[in-house]
Structure formats: C-alpha cells, structure tokens
Design a protein around this ligand. Structure first.
Ligand SMILES: *Cc1c(COP(=O)(O)O)cnc(C)c1O
Length: 381
C-alpha cells in the first residue's frame, strides 16, 4: 500500500515525478460551485426557495402516473406528448422537443451551439443554472447587468453580440427578479440579432403572466427561425419532481439538441403526467390564477410596507436586500420561511401556500425597516 503514496514516474510524462495524485479535471469545471438546492424546510416551515407549486397533483395526473410502466424503457422521443403539444401550438411534431426538465434542454442547446471560444450572452442576475451550463459546454458567459429596475437590458445585450456569439438567452419572466420582456421590446431586439445566432426564450413561468404586453414566444416562431422557446411542466403544472419540459423551434435546431441528449431520460410517468396535465389544463390553470392573484396581493402589501420592488410576473417575489441579504434570509428563517438568498444581491421568495403569506409579510416588514433608504427607492421603469 505504501508504494501508492510515493511519487511515481509517469510513462507519458517521461522522467519527471508526478507529485499531485489528484485526477486531472477541467479547471473551469473544478472551480464551479455545485448546484445548491433550496434548503429543506424544517417540519413547520414553508419551503419557498425553489419556486415549486404548492398544490398536490390532480387525480387525473395521479392516475396517469399509476398507469405507467417502470420495467420498460420509455418512448425515447416522447412521441405521444410531442403530438399533443404540436397540436396545441399548431406546429409539426419535429418542431417540438421534450427533455427531462427544460434545464436539460437548455444544456443540450447550449452544447449543440457553443463550445470553447464561443460566447453565450444573457442578462444577470438571471437563472442560476445559466453560468453552469455555459461552463460545462466549454463556452464563455457574457453577462449583461440588469437595469436598475431589475429588467433585462436588451439594448446592451444586443450590443454585446460579437462574431463569437452563438447563443443569447432571454428569460421572461426573469428568475429571480420577476420582470418581463414585452412583446414590443422583444421584436425590436430580434431585429438587431443576426439569424445565425440562436436565441433561447426561457418561459418557465409564462403561465403566471397576466400582463398582456408580455412577450409570448410560440406566436413568434414563424417570424424568427433562430428562436427556440423553452417551457416546463415543473412550475405552473406542478410536476417539478417528474422532470419534464419542452422546446419549440425549427426542426433542425431541435435535432441538434436531440443529438446531444442523454437517451431515455424522460420517463414514462413524466410523459403520461404531462399529457394528462394538458388534457386537464383548465383545472390546473385555475390554480395558476389563484397563485398569480396571491402574488399580486403579496406585492401590494410589500409596496405598502415601503419596499420598492419590481412588479412580479412569475410565482415568486424579488426583494433587493443587497448587503443585508444573508441577515434577511435569517429573519425569514426565524419566521418559518425558507427563502432563496443570493448573497450581496437579494432574496427570492416563492408564492406558495396561502398560510405562508402572513409569515412572509411579517418577515418582510422586519427586514424593510433595517434597509438603507436607497435600497427602498430603486427606480422602476
Ligand atoms: C425552473 C426553471 C427552469 C426549468 O426547470 P425544469 O424543472 O428543468 O423544467 C428553466 N428556466 C428557469 C428560469 C427556471 O426558473
């Protein structure tokens, strides 16, 4: 055994002694912080850190899951679900791609389009998975700071495009700031982007949007062949634990995503539950409307408390707590609320059970009193 710990010569490295026995990993991967999930909530606390849907599945979804086989591999292309979605959006089946969560489709598309030396442009702060997925692809992130009103700075994003840019990600509503890109802003933006650059419009929270001016990707697909829209069953449809999301776009672009996908990762339970969810969409969208109304209630109450926070359009609110973020997360935790803290920046708190709202607002009231007034008066446009 002792010989294993002694420096050894390496046949391919010639005479030199290898003294570092650690496996050689890609440095850009080694320095990445692994994805951290929202903390598990204490028994009596509300877990509002992962934008999950608080509702249990409807009976039709439970039945669909119970009918699913587990000893057989799933349908690798999720053809039944693709047919349902293609009909829903009046697209060809080839223009629909299913993945184990839309985050996995993001990974596929980034990997398909961008490699070492290529750039991926997105707004920051946005979805925390973006920088990780870009790094895994070996590409370079170009992060464009949000405006003072916590919105995408689309002009700056368009200006950041170079001949090395392969992908641009637009997140509307933006996680974690909750802001939307309007349809007018988006079409003005697309007019500036070369058709050879892939634009990913991440609409993970679109079902919660009640503002008519917001961009809605599917209607724009025929105008922009370089646009791919990403949606998920995780948030509005309450299937986060089953991992199923989809992309809509040009068939050859989605074929490239399919080529990079790990085969058979969308399980039959997920495929069947998603189909049942579309068949019972009206029932599920009532729940979404309940959550959106509760979100608006929470937002008005926050504004009344003195918060200057952007109007939220997803199933979460953003509190720009800046340097006090970690302390603020502690205040929420003491009140039985697990929030997602982005140190130095802000807190993202999901809209969950109605019973959580009192605790949420009590915590927010305590926090806002300690904030420097500048943080309460961020300009909103
Ligand atoms: C939650 C989320 C997703 C995807 O979630 P999946 O569970 O992988 O479908 C994608 N984008 C954003 C911005 C999200 O917040």
């Amino acid at each position: 055994m002792t010989t294993m710990h002694r420096p050894v010569g390496h046949p391919q490295l010639g005479l030199g002694l290898v003294t570092d026995h650690r496996v050689r990993l890609r440095p850009e991967i080694e320095k990445m912080e692994p994805y951290r999930q929202g903390k598990p909530a204490a028994a009596d606390a509300f877990k509002l850190s992962s934008n999950e849907n608080p509702f249990e599945p409807i009976p039709a979804v439970v039945e669909a899951i119970a009918r699913s086989s587990v000893n057989r591999y799933p349908d690798s292309s999720a053809s039944a679900l693709r047919r349902v979605l293609a009909a829903h959006y009046s697209l060809d089946e080839g223009q629909v791609h299913i993945g184990a969560g839309s985050a996995s489709i993001l990974a596929q598309l980034i990997t398909a389009a961008a490699g070492p030396g290529d750039e991926v442009v997105y707004s920051w702060r946005s979805f925390e998975a973006y920088p990780l997925l870009v790094a895994v692809a070996g590409a370079t992130s170009v992060q464009i700071p949000n405006t003072a009103a916590h919105r995408h700075d689309l002009d700056a994003m368009a200006a950041a495009v170079t001949d090395r840019t392969r992908v641009i990600m637009v997140c509307s509503p933006n996680n974690p700031t909750g802001s939307i890109v309007t349809a007018d802003e988006f079409t003005a933006f697309m007019a500036k982007i070369a058709p050879t650059v892939l634009v990913l419009l991440d609409e993970a929270y679109i079902e919660f949007v009640t503002d008519d001016t917001a961009v809605r990707g599917p209607t724009l697909l025929s105008s922009y062949p370089n646009l791919v829209v990403l949606r998920t069953f995780s948030k509005a449809y309450g299937l986060a634990g089953l991992r199923v999301g989809y992309a809509l776009g040009e068939e050859y672009v989605l074929d490239a995503a399919r080529a990079t996908a790990i085969p058979l990762s969308v399980v039959e339970m997920a495929q069947r539950a998603a189909i049942a969810s579309i068949e019972h969409q009206a029932e599920l969208l009532e729940r979404v409307a309940t959550l959106s109304a509760l979100r608006d209630e929470v937002w008005s109450a926050l504004v009344d408390q003195g918060w200057s926070v952007p109007r939220p359009h997803g199933n979460f609110v953003w509190l720009p707590t800046g340097a006090l973020t970690i302390w603020a997360a502690g205040v929420f935790a003491d009140n039985g609320i697990v929030a997602r803290a982005f140190a130095g920046d802000g807190l993202r708190i999901s809209i969950g059970e109605r019973d959580s709202v009192d605790k949420l607002l009590r915590s927010a009231a305590e926090v806002v009193r300690k904030l420097p007034t500048s943080a309460q008066t961020t300009a909103l446009d």
